[in-house]
Design a protein around this ligand. Structure first.
Ligand SMILES: NC(=O)C1=CN([C@@H]2O[C@H](COP(=O)(O)OP(=O)(O)OC[C@H]3O[C@@H](n4cnc5c(N)ncnc54)[C@H](O)[C@@H]3O)[C@@H](O)[C@H]2O)C=CC1
Ligand SMILES: NCC(=O)COP(=O)(O)O
Length: 348
């Protein structure tokens, strides 16, 4: 990551997430970490009451500066700009207990950040954790950020990737019940996930010739059809057809899911395509919980997020670590740089 003068550092929008969870405290911790200020100029979208409370909790002095327009963010100016902040009552944001007002405000931060990114006013969006159940109870109709961002950006298909230093995993199916996975695993879904992941590895991660492993879904990748037929009938034909288009060594598999992640972790592949949420996220969170970053691939904007949730069990205790958020900011800045180099026709 290159350091630059303040004018050359990109503006990155950071949404606070659910004010009742650990989002505000990990945000103020991250904002007070020099690594964040060295790589970008942060623009916060959140609630002033929650931010000030979090700053007191983790004992950092951060002067927040409400701004109504991104043109008010001038290089070198003191204070952390907060874009059109809400000002909820402390009683509306009890730790660990979401309120309807807080949930509505949370959705507003995400919407505003995405619009700023679509207008090209910020280089990337980094989101804090939301509580999906609480948002749904307040009328939010999307399973999570990923699907909401897809909707806001009008993108036909997006892919969730969890990226750690040694293991990156992209998912074919995301937020659904396990029993719905088989019907959602179509050839089109597998193929689009692979294509979007390959494009992102090249364009956003600067890997010119990625090696992508595709996991099977059944034990031992189906054991030649004895433990399931999805590999033979669905995944393998897609892998073979893409192998022919992308060239040998680019798309590989389907491999037995119980060993493909360790092979990737040891450097054999740049990423693994997993068939469902927990197949892919358990290995990443096991080895990289403090460093992994959630990245939405396939959007016209750069979006990263923490790998953890709202952690209501520890919210307000000052224990939550900000390392995933710091990695999310650094990854977003790096992706934005690779994208702008690619747009300028300069290889990354
Ligand atoms: N990026 C996002 O918006 C995400 C949101 N979620 C949502 O968060 C809510 C809670 O999800 P859970 O499954 O309970 O996962 P969680 O990640 O909130 O908590 C799991 C465990 O990890 C610990 N933990 C989480 N973040 C931590 C941190 N920064 N430092 C130290 N320990 C930490 C918690 O204390 C808890 O023991 C759910 O509604 C889920 O949908 C979950 C993952 C990502
Ligand atoms: N398990 C990852 C997760 O739930 C985050 O989802 P999203 O809110 O980023 O779509």
């Amino acid at each position: 990551m290159t350091k630059g003068g303040s004018a050359t550092r990109p503006v990155v929008a950071l949404t606070m997430g659910d004010p009742s969870g650990v989002g505000p405290e990990v945000l103020v911790r991250a904002l007070s970490d020099p690594m964040v200020g060295e790589c970008c100029r942060p623009l916060v979208l959140g609630d002033l009451t929650a931010l000030e409370r979090a700053a007191r909790l983790v004992d950092v002095a951060l002067p927040f500066r409400p701004v109504g327009d991104v043109r008010e963010i001038r290089p070198g100016e003191r204070g952390i700009p907060v874009f059109r902040p809400s000002r909820l009552e402390e009683g509306q944001i009890p730790y660990g207990r979401p309120s309807v007002e807080a949930c509505r405000a949370t959705i507003g931060y995400i919407e505003a950040a995405v619009h700023l990114a679509l207008e090209g006013r910020v280089a990337a969006v980094v989101t804090g954790p939301i509580n999906k159940e609480a948002l749904h109870r307040s009328g939010f109709s999307f399973p999570g950020h990923t699907e909401f961002l897809q909707h806001l950006c009008g993108t036909p298909r997006v892919v969730m990737m969890l990226a750690g230093p040694r293991l990156r995993v992209a998912l074919v199916t995301i937020h659904c019940a396990l029993r719905e996975v088989p019907e959602r695993l179509t050839a089109a879904a597998v193929e689009e996930t692979i294509r979007i992941t390959l494009e992102a590895l090249r364009r956003d991660f600067g890997i010119p010739r990625p090696r992508l492993a595709v996991a099977g879904v059944n034990p031992h990748a189906g054991e030649a059809g004895r433990f399931g037929t999805e590999e033979k009938e669905l995944i393998e034909p897609v892998v073979r057809s893409l192998d022919a288009v992308c060239g040998p060594g680019c798309v590989l598999g389907p491999y037995p899911p119980d060993t493909v992640f360790t092979r990737a972790y040891h450097g054999e592949f740049d990423a693994v395509v997993a068939m469902y949420h927990d197949q892919g996220l358990i290995p990443v969170k096991l080895v990289h919980f403090d460093e992994a970053v959630n990245v939405t691939l396939g959007l016209p904007i750069v979006r990263t997020s923490v790998d953890h949730g709202t952690a209501y069990d520890i919210a307000g205790q000052g224990k939550a670590r900000a390392s995933s958020l710091i990695h999310a900011v650094r990854t977003a800045v790096s992706m934005a740089r690779f994208r702008s180099l690619a747009q300028a026709g300069i290889p990354g």
